[in-house]
Design a protein around this ligand. Structure first.
Ligand code: GDP
Ligand code: MG
Length: 163
């Protein structure tokens, strides 16, 4: 059976980009602007020989008349509940933000395995952000570039360990 993997994190860190890469098709809408609505949230995919069911989540979409925190919660809670393993993504170039810390706090209150991803790690300058990511409390982040497909072997290894 496919491992169910939810990709969770604040808007614009690259969740849909990773979703599309692992699905192998462009099913989720990727956009620079936070708040764009995606067309697809669940899809089958794989990493190496491992079958996955990917769950994309988002922070702003679908509800327009509620607080940021509850919108984020609604989108993310469903993913967390459904998943076997959670990929918690942050942006290595921007470092840890207060919104990342809110996600981290939530994820620490549940039992499922969490793999911390430091995305946008293709550039050398991202090193500082990767270091900061330790402070989120999920151990060593896996540095990846969802856009360029870097770090996928490390992500595979982390998924093997977590599953
Ligand atoms: P989401 O809101 O978390 O789903 O983020 P998206 O997947 O929509 O991506 C937000 C922006 O980050 C888009 O402009 C992507 O092209 C960009 N992005 C995603 N992954 C990477 C990456 O590995 N490196 C860089 N430099 N940009 C990325
Ligand atoms: Mg998205």
């Amino acid at each position: 059976m496919a491992l169910k993997v939810a990709i969770v994190g604040r808007p614009n860190v690259g969740k849909s980009t990773l979703f599309n890469r692992l699905v192998g098709k462009r099913l989720a809408l990727v956009d620079d602007r936070p708040g764009v609505t995606r067309d697809r949230r669940y899809a089958d995919g794989n990493i190496g020989d491992m079958d996955l069911t990917l769950i994309d989540t988002a922070g702003y979409e679908d509800v327009t008349d509620d607080s940021l925190e509850s919108r984020m919660r609604e989108q993310t809670e469903a993913g967390i509940e459904d998943a076997d393993v959670i990929l918690f993504m942050m942006d290595a170039r921007e470092g840890v933000t207060s919104l990342d810390e809110i996600f981290a706090e939530r994820l620490r209150k549940q039992e499922k395995p969490v793999i911390l991803l430091a995305n946008k790690s293709e550039s050398r300058e991202s090193g500082g952000g990767v270091g900061e990511a330790y402070s989120l409390g999920f151990g060593e982040p896996v540095a990846i570039s969802a856009e360029h497909g870097e770090g996928m072997a490390d992500l595979y290894a982390a998924l093997v360990t977590a599953s």
